[in-house]
Design a protein around this ligand. Sequence first.
Ligand SMILES: Nc1nc2c(c(=O)[nH]1)N[C@@H](CN(C=O)c1ccc(C(=O)N[C@@H](CCC(=O)O)C(=O)O)cc1)CN2
Length: 290
Amino acid sequence: MTAELMIGTDLAAEMVTNAAARAAKLRESTGIQPCLATVLVGDDPASATYVRMKQNRSKKAGIGSRSVVLPASTTTDELVAELTNLSNDPEVHGILLQHPVPSHIDERAAFEAINPAKDVDGVTMHAFAAMAFGEPGFRSCTPGGIMRLLEAYDVPIRGAHAVVIGRSPILGKPAGMLLLASDATVTYTHSRTTNLPEIVRTADIVVAAVGKANFVRGDWLKPGAVVVDAGYNEGNVGDVHFEEASEVARLITPVPGGVGPMTIALLLEQTVDAAEAQSETAVHPVAGLA
Ligand SMILES: Nc1nc2c(c(=O)[nH]1)N[C@@H](CN(C=O)c1ccc(C(=O)N[C@@H](CCC(=O)O)C(=O)O)cc1)CN2
């Protein structure tokens, strides 16, 4: 079997085009310019690249961006203060704190300083609860992007056995919650799971979010499985051994070109969602329309 590719690039481009049109409409009708603030702490080159990609794509979509870059020595209190300022700034509609932050920072405390109305990256406990309960709200961008890809490729989720490999707060955990809310039977696995290949072999849908290049091998997969590779390891290498897996799977996301572009597209879409929602509650900035 040679798997069909679940390509994220085209779907993501379509999402960005729609977000750009909505941003332009909001600007014309209210004078409000949707704006995403990105916060980068430290000098990790990969994180700097991802933030730059987010800013460049925002710009192309006519979404304003505000860039905050803080030194690696930033304390939790300083970061919380910065995020609180952005949360209170009426010209900022969405806030993204790039993960990971330096290890001395309490990342959870920092995420929780983001106003849930501006949490367009879906990292707060408020967003997690909405995902867990299947309620409307901002989605963590990679898990939300994965769900959109599965829908676009008509992957049956209800009743399917989904195995999530990885339990990080912005990837594995919310991915499992979104699948569960769509009536999948979800098994979470992680670095301490014993007999991992045997468990993965029972999956109809595999979400690999473990952060180890080529970790999931072809002989771990049930023939015909749907494989989502959420890995973004150095050199654009995924968590799934692509050549082996594509001989066994029915559908598979490539790296690059699969989940990655969906992550950024959903971030932009949710920034416009946030700006629209905030425009309804704000005092109207266009003279005469207040
Ligand atoms: N606050 C967050 N931090 C991080 C997130 C996140 O969603 N929110 N995700 C990851 C990495 N990430 C975004 O930050 C990310 C990684 C990769 C891509 C991507 O589009 N990759 C391309 C290939 C790269 C390229 O084109 O040069 C692809 O897969 O096609 C997007 C976002 C960590 N931190």
